[in-house]
Design a binder for this molecule. Structure first.
Ligand code: 13P
Length: 288
């Protein structure tokens, strides 16, 4: 199946009260592990690519070509969207040109008028091409690719302003942050989420910073309109831990244990296990 926009899968998720996972990719192993898990579990999936990860993989065209070819070679039949994560204005256009099926324009750091103007322009471009568009209001905290946000709570009226432009899905800051949550984290603001939901109606909402959010909070967020949950750090930590164990046990020193296909295998399996666990919690299994 060719890449699809995230629109249909998210409308279905919003209606069916489950969420589709966006799992960020960093290389071939990451991509393969996520696609295989989605296929095995018959779940729709969104592959997220930050601008930094895109650069690391030599550019968005490489990523797009790799993902499309992999879908074909692995005979993936579940819906897959290839999505730019926290895109800059220029990054959005580069990804549209490279064949991404979904983009996020993160205009949360602009004054609201500028966020509205740029988002409006991108809505038209994306609609014409059948690409889904995610917008953000209220910066998500933590650090991602050098962009640091404080974990604001979005203004529900500003959310409505952006939602009314016709974006596909909306990321609203509700006290969530990227990376590990600090011990004194106050938790998600369900008050904000509910107020946003009441303003934007059936618009699928996006929860960033999926790593480490307790299951009960995830389920409550889904019940309040969250239909897409982004996970990045948790797969990185799972990969790191499994790789560390392999090396610490000296397995790289035994026979052909140095072969990258062996060295990276435990990490890839750990990503698969993490993605499976998340898909179970999000409720997206058998929803392809
Ligand atoms: P985590 O790294 O905290 O899982 O957040 C991922 C994310 O929100 C990507 O946009």
């Amino acid at each position: 199946m060719a890449l699809v926009s995230a629109k249909e899968m998210l409308v279905k998720a919003r209606e069916g009260k489950y969420a589709v996972g966006q799992f960020n990719i960093n290389n071939l192993e990451w991509t393969k592990a996520i696609l295989q898990t989605a296929q095995e579990l018959n779940s729709p999936v969104i592959l997220g690519v930050s601008e930094g990860a895109g650069k690391y993989m030599t550019g968005f065209k490489t990523v797009s070509a790799m993902v499309s070819a992999m879908i074909e070679e692995l005979k993936i039949t579940v819906p897959v969207a290839l999505h730019l994560d926290h895109g800059s204005y220029d990054g959005c256009y580069k990804c549209i040109e490279a064949g991404f099926s979904s983009i996020m324009f993160d205009g949360s750091h602009f004054p609201i008028e500028e966020n509205v103007a740029k988002t409006k322009e991108l809505v038209e471009v994306c609609n014409a091409k059948g690409i889904s568009l995610e917008a953000e209001v209220g910066a998500i905290g933590g650090e991602e690719d050098g962009v640091v946000g404080k974990g604001e709570c979005a203004d529900p009226d500003e959310c409505k302003k952006i939602a009314d432009l016709g974006v596909t899905m909306l990321a609203a800051g509700i006290g969530n942050i990227h990376g590990k949550y600090p011990a004194d984290w106050a938790g998600l603001s369900f008050e904000t989420l509910e107020a946003v939901k009441n303003k934007v109606g059936k618009m699928p909402l996006v929860l960033h910073g999926g790593t480490g959010i307790p299951t009960d909070m995830i389920k409550k967020a889904i019940s309040l309109g969250v239909a897409k949950i982004n996970v990045n750090t948790e797969c990185q930590l799972a990969f790191q831990e499994a790789t560390r164990k392999y090396v610490e046990e000296g397995k790289d020193l035994v026979g052909k244990g140095f072969d990258p296909r062996k060295l990276l295998a435990p990490g890839a399996q750990a990503i698969k296990d993490t993605v499976k666990e998340k898909m179970e919690i999000f409720g997206s299994i058998n929803k392809a």
